[in-house]
Ligand binder design. Structure first.
Ligand SMILES: *Cc1c(COP(=O)(O)O)cnc(C)c1O
Length: 229
């Protein structure tokens, strides 16, 4: 039998609460980003009716088409890879960007936001696994990237984001999440860049991410059901 959005959301909330319980964290410190890529405005409106307000999209073009047809109170986060030629469009429609992974991209976002007079909160995406096919800055280049943000008055660095290699076993992601949390500590203690947030964890591994310190989790499938296509 098909479950309703509300049932799936209740189940996700219960999982967030028990993960927080296991590690003594307050569930109100976790922001749930409802990943709505491939979902239509009706599904998004249903989720918004349940009280969700933060939604994540991975493509600029899809978001541009969808956002005007969705409830106005929604906050839109770009979670997918951002190409530099789409930055000006991205900064118009998104309220936060989770995927800044190079100095060049950072400078493009700064320039586009300066033009608009908008301050953009961002995450720096880090490739902690070192997989060559993955997006994200190499941990060795993170300090340089953070230092470049000093010249970016229209950018507010909120934290670090990662996407570990896919695995059926959520425990396989733990080491990667821990490494991202360790980098966040180094940002503060060694490099003088205290950061507030960690964006990590998806449908199948967000409990592990919460145990390792996630403050933003990005959940699609377990909220909306399996993606078609
Ligand atoms: C699609 C996507 C998610 C959500 O994945 P689910 O497994 O459906 O929860 C999270 N983060 C990013 C960057 C994604 O592209």
């Amino acid at each position: 039998m098909e479950t309703s959005f509300e049932e799936r959301w209740t189940a996700v909330q219960a999982r967030i609460n028990s993960a927080c319980g296991r590690c003594g964290r307050d569930p109100s410190c976790i922001t749930l980003v409802a990943v709505s890529k491939t979902r239509g405005p009706e599904e998004i409106a249903e989720a918004a009716d349940c009280g969700l307000i933060v939604f994540g999209e991975s493509k600029v073009q899809e978001a541009e088409a969808k956002i005007p047809r969705c409830p106005g109170q929604i906050t839109w986060h770009l979670i997918g890879h951002l190409q530099r030629n789409k930055v000006r469009r991205a900064v118009r429609v998104f309220d936060m960007i989770h995927s800044v992974d190079s100095v060049l991209l950072l400078e493009s976002v700064e320039a586009a936001c300066a033009e608009l007079g908008k301050i953009m909160p961002i995450f720096v995406e880090v490739n902690v696994s070192g997989e060559p096919a993955k997006f994200g800055v190499n941990p060795d280049d993170l300090q340089d990237l953070l230092e470049s943000t000093v010249n970016c008055p229209h950018i507010e660095v909120r934290g670090l984001m990662t996407m570990p290699p896919w695995s059926d076993d959520p425990e396989k992601a733990r080491g990667h999440f821990r490494e991202l949390a360790g980098l966040k500590t180094r940002c503060e203690t060694e490099w003088g860049f205290p950061l507030a947030d960690l964006s990590m964890g998806m449908s199948h591994d967000f409990e592990v991410a919460i145990e390792e310190g996630a403050t933003y989790i990005r959940v699609g499938t377990d909220l909306f059901g399996p993606r078609r296509g």
